[in-house]
Ligand binder design. Structure first.
Ligand SMILES: N[C@@H](CCC(=O)N[C@@H](CS)C(=O)NCC(=O)O)C(=O)O
Length: 218
């Protein structure tokens, strides 16, 4: 039976899991939940995931949530013979570095950069964004993108194929363009160093990328 993947378009946490499922070539069925319709809070879904979050996967009756934990599970459970398809390839230190980069993207670029900007512009019930908070987050976005540019190895963070760290980083990076499109005054795109812009294009050129792109962003 195919693994079931509960997804919400536009969620960075869910997007990284979809990219990973495709990357590994796993047989899955995607079920898209609508935030606008409150699907995550409906009893059928809460019975599967009491935290009512996407992403959630169900693999042969085993339900799992928390995006980065799902990435590690997929890698261990479906580890292909093909090293280029692993999400955490390499030896114990290579794999630890990939986990570190994924964690850093989450904590510093996401939680201290992208998420506060999103919060200020979209989750304040129409109240004006706090300029000092936005500026602090902008500085963080710039510093973090420069940091990740220095961490690039060959075309991607860990070599010449993407890993879990690239998918976690990309799921936040996509918001740089998205937030600037929706709120041009935030000017996040001007903070992107050239190596990160080039890396972003390589992710977007992956054969399965388009399929995972949020339809309402087109
Ligand atoms: N730490 C979680 C965060 C997941 C999360 O916050 N998902 C949000 C969408 S971005 C969600 O499902 N919200 C719907 C709800 O809370 O009902 C992860 O990494 O998977």
């Amino acid at each position: 039976m195919a693994l079931v993947f509960y997804h919400g378009h536009g969620s960075p946490y869910s997007w990284r899991v979809w990219l990973a499922l495709e990357h590994m070539g796993i047989d899955y069925e995607v079920k898209v939940l609508s935030f606008a319709d409150g699907d995550t809070k409906k009893p059928d879904f809460v019975a599967i995931n009491p935290r009512h979050h996407v992403p959630t996967i169900v693999d042969g009756g085993f339900a799992l949530w928390e995006s980065t934990v799902i990435l590690e599970y997929l890698d261990e459970r479906f580890a292909p013979g093909d090293a280029a398809k692993r999400l955490y390839p390499g030896d114990v230190r290579d794999r630890a570095r990939i986990r570190r980069l994924a964690r850093e993207a989450e904590e510093y670029l996401g939680n201290e950069g992208i998420n506060p900007v999103t919060e200020e512009y979209f989750f304040k019930d129409g109240a004006a964004p706090d300029a000092a908070k936005v500026e602090k987050a902008r500085v963080k976005v710039r510093e973090e993108l420069e940091y990740f540019a220095r961490e690039m190895r060959a075309g991607f963070l860990a070599g010449d194929t993407p890993t879990a760290a690239d998918y976690v980083l990309y799921s936040y990076y996509a918001y740089v363009a998205r937030l600037t499109l929706r709120k041009p005054e935030v000017r996040l795109t001007e903070l992107v160093p050239a190596p990160i812009a080039q890396w972003g294009k390589r992710i977007e050129a992956l054969p399965f990328f388009d399929k995972t792109y949020p339809p309402h962003w087109r």
